[in-house]
Design a binder for this molecule. Structure first.
Ligand code: NAP
Ligand code: HSE
Length: 428
């Protein structure tokens, strides 16, 4: 029989335990598919005594993930702790230095240090695989790197954070605010150790920056992602958007334009009847557009124990089979530093404002929009309550700069109370 592939697993939380379970329960299947046994030599986590619901007694224990990464009986270091620095970074570097391949689910680490780690891995002839880092169980890294390798990619977009999609869709279904839904997402194992990474759009931004790098042959540029989270999305917006035929999604878009690389992760409206509009719960969707393939849509569970462990195992099986390619699909030394687009591609916007019940109030809003060059496509006004009427507008395509001028102008009139809400409507 061929030599076993021996793993060292650091991190025994939601994902780590999921990986251990698959290795224990599917040993024969894995051997059959990869041609060699996949075994665990050693493990590490913070708390040795914690009951994790799986039998770990056969594996050596290391308190220090760096020591685990360097062990002689480890061929592949599997980093499932998380965090962009600290032990995750130190142990990944130690593993590469010690000549190990690395499999990780850590998007934060790669979004911030991907170029450096890729250069280091490739110089050492090692691979870093990270399918689980983007869109959980969906094999999107494989799709972009392998299946679509013959395409010039025009655009990559999608819903890539299970927590946010879970919260937004449950808000709509249950009428609860997003704070109340944290616990539900947490119980499902969706949340990052720091949930601000989820609701702040940062986790999804990390993922988008990794997809951009593969899609456009550019160095990972997380700082170039225009980021906005879902914290300011209210039930009122979700309901009003639905009334206009849209759903609110934390949507990532990356495209190479004449103005440079555009990367955005922000709450957007998408048509309710579009594939993205129909996504529920922790499901993710990634839409890729290539010059030869056209548009393809990948959909599946974006977070949680089983789906994420499934993606980690896909990578481990590839390493076991001896399947190797550069971290971002082409040698790290050839990845270009893309210029950042300084402004987003024009789009229609949804505006919600509270209009005072005064003669000429609506005319003032329309005139400020007109003066800024923003044209109204659709409009709806609801009944007044206490002399205030909610007004919803959908504009024609406009630049964000023109829209901001209009929003400032509207806020400065006495026609509305409070600041208008503006959300981009994405063409999908
Ligand atoms: P988790 O449940 O919080 O588990 C983290 C594990 O890492 C725990 O076992 C923890 O030990 C261990 N750990 C933390 N700091 C450590 C340290 N300094 N030394 C040794 N062990 C340490 O996290 P998770 O949800 O499994 O996520 C793990 C990674 O997968 C993260 O990079 C995350 O972004 C990524 N990911 C998660 C999902 C998901 O759905 N959960 C999906 C895709 C990607 P203790 O258990 O002893 O505290
Ligand atoms: N916290 C992440 C999410 C886990 O909610 O999508 C999957 O990367």
């Amino acid at each position: 029989m061929s030599q076993p592939l021996r793993l060292g697993i650091a991190g025994l939380g939601t994902v780590g335990v999921g990986v251990v379970k698959i290795i224990q329960q599917q040993a024969d299947l894995l051997t059959m598919r990869t041609g060699r046994p996949v075994t665990i030599s050693a493990i590490s986590a913070r708390s040795r005594g914690k009951d994790r619901g799986v039998d770990l007694s056969a594996y050596a224990w290391e308190d220090d993930p760096v020591a685990l990464a360097k062990r002689d009986d480890v061929d592949v270091y599997v980093e499932l702790m998380g965090g962009s620095n600290g032990p995750a970074k130190a142990s990944t570097l130690a593993a590469l230095d010690a000549g190990k391949d690395v499999v990780t689910a850590n998007k934060a680490l790669l979004a911030l240090h991907g170029q450096m780690l890729a250069e280091k891995a490739e110089a050492a002839g090692r691979v870093i695989r990270y399918e689980a880092a983007v869109a959980g169980g969906i094999p999107v890294i494989k799709a972009l790197t392998e299946g679509l390798a013959g395409n010039k990619i025009a655009r990559v977009m999608g819903v890539m954070n299970g927590t946010c999609n879970y919260i937004l869709t449950r808000m709509e279904a249950t009428g609860q605010g997003y704070n109340a839904l944290f616990d539900e997402a947490n119980k499902l194992g969706y949340l990052e150790a720091d949930p601000n990474l989820d609701v702040g759009g940062i986790d999804a931004g990390h993922k988008l920056s990794l997809l951009s790098s593969i899609a456009f042959g550019t160095q990972v540029d997380f700082d170039g992602v225009e980021l906005e989270g879902i914290q300011r999305i209210t039930l009122e917006d979700i309901r009003a958007a639905a009334d206009m035929g849209y759903r609110v999604k934390l949507l990532g878009v990356a495209q190479m334009t004449e103005r440079g690389l555009e990367q955005r992760m922000s709450p957007c409206l998408v048509p309710a009847d579009s594939p993205l509009g129909q996504l529920e719960g922790g499901t993710n969707m990634v839409v890729i557009e290539g010059d030869s393939v056209g548009q393809i849509v990948l959909r599946g569970a974006g977070a949680g124990e089983g789906p994420t462990a499934s993606a980690v195992m896909g990578d481990i099986c590839d390493v076991a089979r001896g399947f190797r390619y550069p971290v971002f699909g082409q040698p790290a030394s050839t990845l270009a530093q893309a210029p950042r687009a300084q402004s987003a591609t024009p789009a229609p916007y949804y505006l919600r404002m509270s209009l005072r019940d005064k003669p000429g109030a609506l005319a003032k809003v329309a005139s400020v929009l007109g003066e800024a060059g923003v044209s109204i496509h659709r409009m709806r006004q609801y009944d007044h309550v206490d002399d205030i009427a909610p007004v919803l507008l959908v504009t024609h395509e406009t630049t964000r700069a023109d829209l901001d001028t209009a929003l400032e102008g509207i806020a400065n009139t006495d026609a509305v109370t409070g600041a208008p809400v503006a959300l981009r409507i994405e063409t999908v």
